[in-house]
Write a protein that binds this ligand. Structure first.
Ligand code: BG6
Length: 486
């Protein structure tokens, strides 16, 4: 898709949490660092009948709040001048006239329609954009998750959006793919001859992907209680990360080359049969405990959560990929709310040396590990053994910093900054294709139905811990340990 002069970024759900917390701050940062073309305009869309001046005032307040010390007052007036607001009812075609008027001749510019609304509105928005003549071959649509709550509903959304936009115009966002260290993993894997020969069952014993959050459900109980951690995090973010680790080298970094390889991994995931679910998965729900030294309520006491809710706030599972490269290598995935730390990381555990020449000192020998950290800070570290200086041959674990962020003059972009840039440039590589998304749903569905049918409730865990005890036992059965337990 070619670059066009002039672009309008239209934010549906314009007064919502994501726009205020992530999208406007990201656009502002791009502006601030001269990465936003001067002819890009931003149009906030929501139902509230406020005017542009009021919207700009709210945007200013929220950008200040979320960017903290990164906020530069001096840059605001020029950024603010890009912003317009139009009140609009997504379900009422008559109200789209105001947007059409604001956009002017759509053929002369390109449009990015960012749907940061409940998915129930996606169809009406797309249909009304179409009927108002606001979709051209150069228009793009960005879809925020959740894209459905199972395979059937995600197909329905994709069919409906697909009526008005071609697949090459659809950007399904997974913000984990926009994280710098995830892209660094791609660079390390495919930009070096060193890793690829080792990136296989002969040298890797297990892979662990953890996304632990300290926060609880916050103000999202109504959504979360119907969703749970499997749908909210595993079906998308964790499986996408697994794909980046496990995929074969694509022939190029082009969108379809990368997405074809990710799809092959999703299709090679061994289905977890209903009777295996209790063995290969752990679902948990937090009880009252402490977070950062403060007492916090249990999930069932959170406002908006059903009294006897069985929604999981924690999932751990073992995935297996049935390919030559990964046969016999377990991929342990884990995510939860109200965990001990905020930590998102991928750990690639390499096998032990086949024989230690160091005799008793071998007890100190640790396996090599590549750790890609996404939260709380981004880093990539390779853990090795080296000799401790001195007269004895004693081995010490050392770690090599592989992301070189400290020495670099370049600024690290927030995931949404990076992904918005990609949408504006028309680069789909870091966005999820429909077939990938559906393959991911297909794999998680038997887990969801087995849990639904089971008479066992989720296992409880105290807020501020690493999840239910059964989670430790999951890798433990095959002689592995979660990274923090080492
Ligand atoms: C979102 C989930 O996709 O990711 C949230 O809906 C979760 O429940 C969030 O809190 C985590 O993202 P990050 O980047 O803060 O780890």
């Amino acid at each position: 898709m070619s670059e066009q002069p002039g672009q309008d970024v239209v934010l549906f759900g314009g007064t919502g949490d994501l726009v205020m917390r992530k999208l406007l701050p990201a656009l502002y940062q791009l502006h601030n660092h001269a990465m936003l073309a001067s002819d890009v305009s931003i149009i906030g869309i929501a139902r509230e009948s406020i005017d542009t001046a009021e919207y700009r005032r709210i945007a200013l307040e929220q950008c200040r709040r979320f960017l903290k010390t990164d906020f530069d007052e001096a840059q605001w007036p020029a950024f603010e001048a890009r912003i317009q607001y139009r009140p609009l009812d997504a379900r009422d075609p008559a109200t789209f006239g105001a947007l059409a008027e604001c956009l002017g001749d759509v053929g002369r510019r390109s449009q990015v329609y960012y749907l940061s609304t409940a998915p129930a509105l996606f169809t009406s928005i797309c249909r009304n954009l179409h009927e108002t003549g606001l979709i051209t071959p150069e228009s793009r649509v960005v879809l925020e998750k959740p894209l459905g709550h199972d395979l059937a509903s995600s197909r329905q959304i994709n069919d409906e959006v697909g009526r008005y936009f071609g697949e090459a115009q659809i950007y399904r966002i997974d913000h984990y793919l926009g994280k710098e260290s995830v892209q660094n993993l791609l660079a390390l894997r495919f930009g070096n001859a060193l890793f690829e020969p080792l990136w296989r069952r002969e040298w890797i014993s297990d892979v662990q992907i953890t996304v632990a959050e300290q926060i609880g459900v916050e103000q999202r109980a109504e959504f979360y209680d119907k969703t749970g951690a499997l749908r909210d995090m595993v079906q998308n973010h964790l499986l996408q990360l697994l794909c980046i680790v496990a995929m074969e080298p694509p022939a190029s970094i082009d969108a379809d080359a990368v997405r074809d390889e990710k799809l092959k991994i999703l299709r090679a995931l061994r289905p977890i049969a209903t009777d295996e679910v209790p063995l290969r998965t752990v679902r948990g729900q937090y009880r009252a405990g402490a977070s950062s030294g403060q007492p916090v309520a249990g999930y069932l006491e959170e406002p908006g959560v059903a009294a006897a809710s069985r929604t999981e706030t924690f999932v751990a599972l073992q995935a297996n990929i049935d390919t030559w490269r990964w046969a016999g290598v377990p991929f342990y995935l884990r995510t939860g709310k109200r965990m001990q730390e905020r930590l998102a990381e991928i750990v690639i555990n390499f096998r032990a040396v086949p024989h230690s020449i160091f005799g008793k000192r071998a007890a100190a020998l640790q396996n090599n590990r590549l750790v890609i950290t996404m939260q709380p800070d981004e880093s990539v570290k390779l853990h090795l053994q080296a000799k401790r200086p001195g007269d004895q041959m004693v081995l010490n674990p050392v770690s090599l910093d592989l992301d070189f962020a400290e020495g670099s003059q370049s600024r690290r972009l927030d995931a949404y900054e990076r992904l918005l840039m990609d949408v504006m440039r028309g680069n789909l590589t870091l966005f999820v294709r429909r077939d990938e998304q559906e393959a991911a749903w297909k794999w998680v569905e038997p887990i969801m139905s087995s849990w639904n049918e089971s008479s066992d409730p989720p296992k409880t865990y105290t807020a501020g811990t690493w999840g239910p005890a059964a989670s430790t036992a999951l890798p433990g059965r095959e002689g592995f340990h979660w990274h923090e337990e080492l």
